[in-house]
Design a protein around this ligand. Structure first.
Ligand code: ATP
Ligand code: MG
Length: 299
């Protein structure tokens, strides 16, 4: 049977790999030799154990105040970014975690370099920062719709292959800078199939309580599916590095997505072997005195 570590390993893209998305099954749902009900139960147990461990790991991260964790989610619409973030982070102390969702850039943001608005949202030491979409949109939606890059008013810009290569390099260097300075970076591409996306959109259009989740631009973007997959493949091939690896997560079954994402984050934080800060001799003396004073009050 595959262990949790095997599954994480299969999803992680080794640096330099030429990614072909046809090699990754969005509908993967564990070892078929085991009945589905059992697989689902195992995955749900993994998720609840990891959520608990994550809460403990976050406490240490916060107390040690040295590293930060940046978690990036990218996906086509309805792949389950929001639900995954909500479930995986459910046990976490909100004080130590912040989620930022990035939409179309504002006029002010377009007046700066393209990394500016993301830099402002990076997590401080001791905290977990989640990017729901990120600077990777700059080589995804912007690549699929090159007219968007014109709005950035970059002098001498030509939206050809070289521009995207340069952006991959810039992003890799930016992430290396973050990693060298204490940020752990984990990147997830939630890989949904077009058929499952169609089902989820239809559900949003049929179920009154889900109407609000639908936006007409969802259908417009769906029509560009092939272009998006090409942009994703190139991006995943060029920006999975040892300091900021990409993970391609099967996203047709929500229980699979949530469990693998939770396991990957917990494994990464666990590997830091974070400890609570050592208390100095002086501080221990102060703790002792304070305790005695409070105990005296009781008498
Ligand atoms: P949900 O649909 O679950 O609310 P979402 O992330 O899809 O979440 P939307 O408001 O539907 O949010 O979409 C945000 C849109 O903004 C996406 O189509 C995305 O491609 C676009 N976007 C994000 N970053 C950029 C960027 N840097 N340049 C241009 N468009 C961007
Ligand atoms: Mg959307």
């Amino acid at each position: 049977m595959q262990t949790k570590e095997d599954v994480i390993g299969l999803c992680r893209i080794k640096p330099g790999t030429r990614v072909r998305l046809s090699d990754f099954d969005p509908g993967w749902a564990g070892d078929k030799a085991i009945p589905k009900k059992e697989r689902k139960e195992i995955a749900e147990k993994v998720l609840s154990d990891d959520v608990e461990e994550l809460s403990d790991a976050q406490d240490r991260l916060y107390a040690s105040d040295t590293c930060s964790v940046l978690i990036i989610f990218q996906a086509m619409d309805a792949a389950g970014k929001d639900g995954t973030i909500r479930h995986v982070m459910s046990g976490i102390n909100p004080q130590g975690c912040q989620v930022f969702s990035f939409k179309q850039p504002s006029a002010e943001e377009l007046d700066h370099n393209y990394l500016w608005r993301y830099m402002k949202c990076l997590p401080e030491r001791g905290r977990i920062g989640i990017f729901n979409r990120s600077y990777y949109e700059e080589v995804l939606v912007v690549r699929v719709h090159p007219e968007l890059v014109e709005r950035q008013r970059i002098p001498g810009l030509v939206a050809g292959k070289r521009l995207w290569q340069e952006r991959y390099e810039e992003i890799n260097h930016f992430e290396q800078h973050l990693a060298r300075n204490g940020t752990i970076i984990l990147k997830f591409f939630l890989n949904i199939s077009p058929d499952e996306q169609r089902k989820r959109f239809l559900e949003r259009l049929t179920n009154k309580e889900k109407h609000w989740k639908f936006s007409s631009s969802d259908l417009t973007e769906r029509a560009f599916w092939k272009d998006y997959m090409k942009a994703y493949e190139e991006m995943l091939s060029s920006t999975s590095t040892s300091w900021a690896p990409w993970h391609i997560i099967p996203a047709d079954h929500k229980w699979v997505t949530r469990s693998i994402v939770a396991a990957t984050i917990t494994e990464a934080i666990r590997s830091l072997k974070l400890k609570y800060p050592e208390i100095s001799h002086e501080m221990l003396k102060q703790v002792d005195t304070a305790r005695k004073i409070l105990q005296e009050e009781e008498k």
